[in-house]
Design a binder for this molecule. Structure first.
Ligand SMILES: Nc1ncnc2c1ncn2[C@@H]1O[C@H](COP(=O)(O)OP(=O)(O)OP(=O)(O)O)[C@@H](O)[C@H]1O
Ligand SMILES: [Mg+2]
Length: 324
């Protein structure tokens, strides 16, 4: 039986927006209804267009933001009421790999210091020798050499820098990694190298990864489970095979039908959504997709559909699949 490592229930994050003229307070509903669960040792791919709330979801999980509402349970514990020592442990167990390896590595530090820093902060080793050994092990694990440790981040390519970020993220032997658009800034050929490295490490260390990307091909490559986000909501989630072969939500169908398929004999229904994504500060009532949805019914403007399990492990939030 697989063990659930992370469980998120009805998570919300509404950011207040400053508006001097209006008396009524306004909010950006960055995350409005996110429910999902991730099993130990799995890669969960979170996909959706820019601004749909993927990074905010990641930052909430990492406890870098406080939720407006909802629950995040990590390793059996609600992260909103942890003791100081439990919080310290959580900081060690959860790490992040950012999109931009240029901005996320301290330019004044040599690679040795960048990788060693978290272990020094957490006082992981008693002697310099032990620390040295681990830093060297980590740089080799990500495919770089010992002599790279003596160099500065600007002396590396984007792909190499992302390897350094990965080595640093592994330094505390985490259980869970959030990779937020971690290959988006790289050339396609370098992307696949980094994805392969992540996949290899994930298997070797039984890591659990939340992989955030707007790129469906990257999500398809790396994920075991997939969650599709639209305007602050996870509208569909399930095993990758189910999501890609048999998408249920009109938004997922539209997203997938926009990707060209290499085999011209395969026909796929092309679903086109009307108009643009509404602003998250003024989202539509009911189902967030309804103003643009080709399948909309009267109820869609009124009621947010429940996330329903249509078959084992495949969940969708759409009135088309409501229990009749
Ligand atoms: N600190 C903040 N204050 C106000 N609004 C915010 C804040 N952080 C994010 N937002 C807004 O919340 C919405 C979701 O942002 P988020 O960064 O989570 O999206 P995303 O899916 O990661 O997008 P991208 O693919 O562009 O990275 C956006 O409209 C964004 O402008
Ligand atoms: Mg983002």
């Amino acid at each position: 039986m697989s063990k659930t490592l992370l469980e998120i229930n009805k998570l919300k994050k509404h950011f207040p927006i400053q508006n001097g003229l209006l008396k009524r307070k306004q909010y950006v509903k960055a995350v409005n209804d996110v429910t999902l669960s991730i099993d130990q040792g799995e890669v969960f791919g979170l996909v959706g267009e820019s601004g749909c709330g993927k990074s905010t979801t990641g930052r909430l999980i990492l406890n870098l933001l406080e939720p407006t509402d909802g629950q995040i349970i990590f390793d059996g514990k609600d992260i909103s009421n942890l003791s100081k020592s439990e919080l310290r442990l959580l900081k060690k167990d959860m790490q992040i790999i950012f999109q931009d390896p240029f901005a996320s590595l301290d330019p004044r530090m040599k690679v040795y210091g960048i990788i060693a820093e978290p272990m020094v902060t957490h006082k992981l080793f008693k002697t310099k020798q032990e620390l040295d050994k681990e830093v060297r092990r980590l740089i080799n694990v990500v495919g770089l050499k010992d002599y790279h440790l003596d160099r500065y981040p600007h002396e590396f390519s984007g792909g190499q820098r992302q390897r350094i970020s990965i080595a640093r993220s592994l330094a505390l032997d985490p259980k869970f990694i959030v990779a937020d658009e971690s290959v988006s800034a790289l050339d396609v050929s370098i992307q696949s190298q980094i994805l392969n490295l992540l996949k290899k490490l994930q298997e070797e260390y039984n890591l659990t990864i939340l992989f955030i990307s707007h790129d469906l091909s990257v999500i398809k490559y790396i994920s075991d489970q997939v969650g599709v986000m639209y305007l602050g909501n996870v509208v569909e989630r399930g095993r990758k095979e189910d999501i890609f072969k048999d998408p249920l939500h009109p938004y997922t169908k539209a997203l997938l039908s926009a990707v060209p398929i290499p085999d011209p004999t395969l026909k796929r229904e092309r679903i086109i959504l009307e108009g643009d994504i509404p602003s998250p500060s003024n989202p539509p009532s009911g189902c967030p997709l309804h103003p643009r949805c080709p399948m909309k019914m009267d109820i869609c403007a009124v009621e947010l559909p429940e996330l329903r399990e249509t078959r084992t492990g495949h969940y969708v939030s759409c009135h088309l699949y409501a229990e009749k």
